[in-house]
Design a protein around this ligand. Structure first.
Ligand SMILES: CC(C)(COP(=O)(O)OP(=O)(O)OC[C@H]1O[C@@H](n2cnc3c(N)ncnc32)[C@H](O)[C@@H]1OP(=O)(O)O)[C@@H](O)C(=O)NCCC(=O)NCCS
Length: 183
C-alpha cells in the first residue's frame, strides 16, 4: 500500500532504500527515543528490518502497516511510520514513527501522522490508538497532542532502549476516533 501526500510518499521499503535508512537512523539523537533500533545501525540491520516487514505484509489477519517515509523532492527515504498490533475485533492498534534529524521541524511528521490516522480511523475504522513515548522526548508528545492524543498514564521502567541500553519510564498517549481532529 502507498499513501501519497503533498510532499511525501508513504510506501513499503525495499533493499534499494538501505543507504538512506542507515544514513538517517544511525544517529543516537533519533534511536535513543526508539525501542528496538540498535546503535550503531548498519546495512545488515536495515536488510533484516526490511525482510521482517515483507514477512508481516503476508500475515493474515493483518497486524501491521509499516511505511517508509519518502521525501518526494529527494526521492529518498527520510523516516518510517507504522500501525502495529492491529486488533480488528478490539478496534485497537499502536503507532510508531521516526524521521532523520535533518528533516525535523518541517511538518513532515505531521503530514505522515495525519495520513496514518486517516488510515486507522477512516479506512480501518479502528476505535482507539495508543503511542508510548519515553520520558524526556522533546518532540513526540507535541506531535501527538496536535492530533488530540491525551496522556493517559506512565509505566515505570517499562522500556529498555536497544540503542542506549537505558531503562526509561514510558508515557502512554491514547486517541479515540471520536476525538480525532483531522487537520
Ligand atoms: C517525533 C518526530 C517524528 C517529529 O517530527 P517533525 O517532522 O519534526 O514534527 P513536525 O514538524 O510535524 O512538528 C509537529 C508539532 O510538534 C512540535 N515540535 C516538533 N518538535 C518539537 C520540539 N523539539 N520541541 C517543541 N515542539 C516540537 C512542532 O512545533 C509541531 O507543532 P505545530 O505544528 O503546532 O507547530 C521527530 O522529532 C523524530 O523523529 N524524533 C526522533 C524519533 C522519535 O522521537 N520518534 C517517536 C518515538 S515515540
Amino acid at each position: 500500500m502507498k499513501i501519497i501526500t503533498p510532499r511525501l510518499v508513504l510506501r513499503p521499503t525495499t533493499l534499494e532504500d538501505i543507504p538512506s535508512i542507515v544514513r538517517n537512523i544511525n544517529n543516537l539523537n533519533v534511536s535513543k527515543w526508539l525501542l528496538v533500533v540498535p546503535h550503531p545501525y548498519r546495512a545488515k540491520d536495515a536488510k533484516e528490518w526490511i525482510k521482517i516487514q515483507k514477512e508481516k505484509l503476508k500475515k493474515k489477519p493483518k497486524t501491521d502497516y509499516n511505511f517508509g517515509i519518502e521525501l518526494k523532492s529527494e526521492h529518498a527515504i527520510i523516516g518510517g511510520i507504522g500501525l502495529h498490533h492491529i486488533d480488528k475485533y478490539q478496534g485497537t492498534a499502536t503507532i510508531g514513527y521516526w524521521l532523520g534529524q535533518n528533516y525535523w521541524r518541517n511538518g513532515y511528521g505531521s503530514e505522515a501522522l495525519e495520513n496514518l490516522l486517516d488510515l486507522a480511523f477512516k479506512k480501518l475504522k479502528l476505535r482507539r490508538l495508543e503511542a508510548g513515548v519515553l520520558v524526556g522526548n522533546p518532540s513526540s508528545g507535541k506531535l501527538l497532542e496536535k492530533y488530540g492524543f491525551k496522556q493517559e498514564g506512565m509505566k515505570k521502567q517499562a522500556i529498555k532502549c536497544k540503542a542506549t541500553g537505558k531503562i526509561s519510564n514510558e508515557i502512554i498517549y491514547g486517541l479515540l476516533r471520536q476525538d480525532y481532529r483531522s487537520k
